[in-house]
Design a protein around this ligand. Structure first.
Ligand SMILES: Cc1cc2nc3c(=O)[nH]c(=O)nc-3n(C[C@H](O)[C@H](O)[C@H](O)COP(=O)(O)OP(=O)(O)OC[C@H]3O[C@@H](n4cnc5c(N)ncnc54)[C@H](O)[C@@H]3O)c2cc1C
Length: 392
């Protein structure tokens, strides 16, 4: 949702809806940002190519790489919002994040090679940042990259790599100067996921699906020409992508969809022999969630508009992300609570509500409070960078 009414953006929303109706690949209905099944990948690559060729994505890229001069600053955010609203997928993986890094800091050769292949859907990317001992404190990462003539040799382990099992390329952070202060000794690389020495092991999650992976790097040889930005300057390269991830994680359309489902659910389940929706406490709760979902949409639009007018502050993106992920969690917990004993049913059970969507969404909802910065860490960011409180 965006504050105010803008004809250009409304026309764009219509265009996204029409395109989605005319052939968005259908995905197995699951909550959250989920990795596709292997058999869905080919159609999703073609869909990505279509989103770019219709100039719905990549509009803020340089014109020579397909950008659209004069595009509305909220163009891409409206497209993402509308795709989510109609339940159509966006591009698979971290191609947009990698592209942002390459456009800002990459060489001409990197732009010429990677950007067209991201546009065509040929290259799916994953983000190789987090490690077993480096998540919130990402700068303490220990994966090493040691220079060997024209290459770097990389050893280490990454974890929680979404789409690592589908990715053609990885956006990797590795330590290139172990003696420098921790933020100063890191380099960003593009790594071909087919390089010998890389093994990807999917992690089965509590939801039963495998959305992310452990990635092991054992003497992996990466050409030095694949460093994105200067050697040891990777922290600055990556800060931009993390800000993008946090800002985009707080969007609201999925919450409006969940609210509709919750109201339907309250009409279907019974409490004390009558539909739950007839009870005052349930109606109070539904009203509360409706208010939360609207506040979330307004807060996210507020942050977006402030960013547009360069009047935002360091609290905007974290506030939006915390609010979204915590409203989302509360709403799905309540959906499970409403089902009482039936909440233990799962997908495939003929009597399960909404084909088991609630159980999956409830289990996945916790992930949003962690991905792209945990709620606790984002509260620290607000305290230190927006309120200027002393560091804890
Ligand atoms: C759905 C999902 C997708 C992801 N995809 C990717 C991906 O594609 N690529 C990738 O690299 N990573 C990915 N991640 C990993 C994600 O970035 C990390 O999980 C996140 O940064 C937290 O790190 P951690 O899991 O190591 O937790 P930790 O940092 O170990 O935190 C553990 C707990 O301690 C708390 N904590 C930590 N530090 C502080 C502090 N200073 N003050 C207060 N509390 C603190 C945290 O809030 C948390 O509750 C993904 C995660 C999720 C959930």
């Amino acid at each position: 949702m965006h504050l105010g009414h803008d004809r250009e953006l409304e026309a764009l929303r219509r265009r996204v809806r029409e395109l989605a109706a005319d052939g968005a690949p259908s995905r197995q209905g699951r909550a959250g940002v989920r990795a596709p099944e292997a058999h869905e990948i080919s159609a999703l690559r073609q869909w990505t190519a279509r989103l770019f060729s219709e100039q719905l994505l990549g509009v803020n890229w340089p014109v020579e790489y397909g950008g659209l001069p004069g595009a509305h600053p909220l163009h891409e955010s409206v497209v993402a919002d509308e795709l989510a609203r109609v339940g159509a997928p966006g591009p698979v993986g971290g191609g947009l994040l990698a592209a942002a890094a390459i456009i800002a800091s990459g060489t001409v050769a990197q732009k010429d090679f990677f950007l067209p292949r991201i546009r065509s859907g040929q290259h799916i990317w994953c983000q190789l940042f987090s490690e077993p001992e480096a998540g919130s404190d990402l700068a303490s990462l220990r994966t090493r990259a040691v220079r060997d003539r024209d290459d770097f040799i990389v050893d280490g382990q990454k974890v929680w790599t979404t789409n690592g099992h589908h990715a053609d390329w990885g956006y990797l952070l590795a330590r290139t100067d172990p003696d420098a202060p921790k933020h100063a000794g890191i380099t960003a690389f593009a790594v071909d996921m087919a390089t010998p020495g890389i093994s990807v092991r999917p992690l089965r999650e509590i939801t039963g699906t495998a959305d992310f992976n452990e990635v092991f790097l054992d003497e992996v040889r990466i050409p030095a020409a694949n460093a994105i930005g200067a050697v040891n300057a990777g922290w600055a390269v990556t800060t931009a992508s993390l800000a993008h991830e946090r800002a985009s994680a707080g969007s609201g359309p999925a919450l409006f969809g969940a609210l509709d489902r919750l109201v339907r659910l309250a009409g279907e389940v019974s409490r004390d022999g009558r539909p739950a929706i007839e009870r005052d406490d349930v109606r109070q709760a539904l009203g509360g969630f409706a208010a939360d979902v609207h506040v979330n949409a307004l807060v996210s639009a507020f942050g977006e508009n402030r960013a547009l007018h360069s009047s935002g502050d360091a609290a905007d993106a974290p506030v939006s992300k915390i609010l979204f992920s915590e409203v989302n969690l509360g709403l799905h917990e309540y959906g499970m609570q409403l089902q009482g004993h039936d909440g233990v049913r799962v997908e495939g059970d003929a009597a399960v509500f909404d084909q088991g969507w609630w159980q999956d969404a409830f289990l996945y909802a916790r992930a949003f409070t962690i991905a792209g910065g945990t709620s606790e860490v984002l509260r620290n960011v607000i305290a230190e960078r927006a309120l200027d409180l002393p560091r804890g």
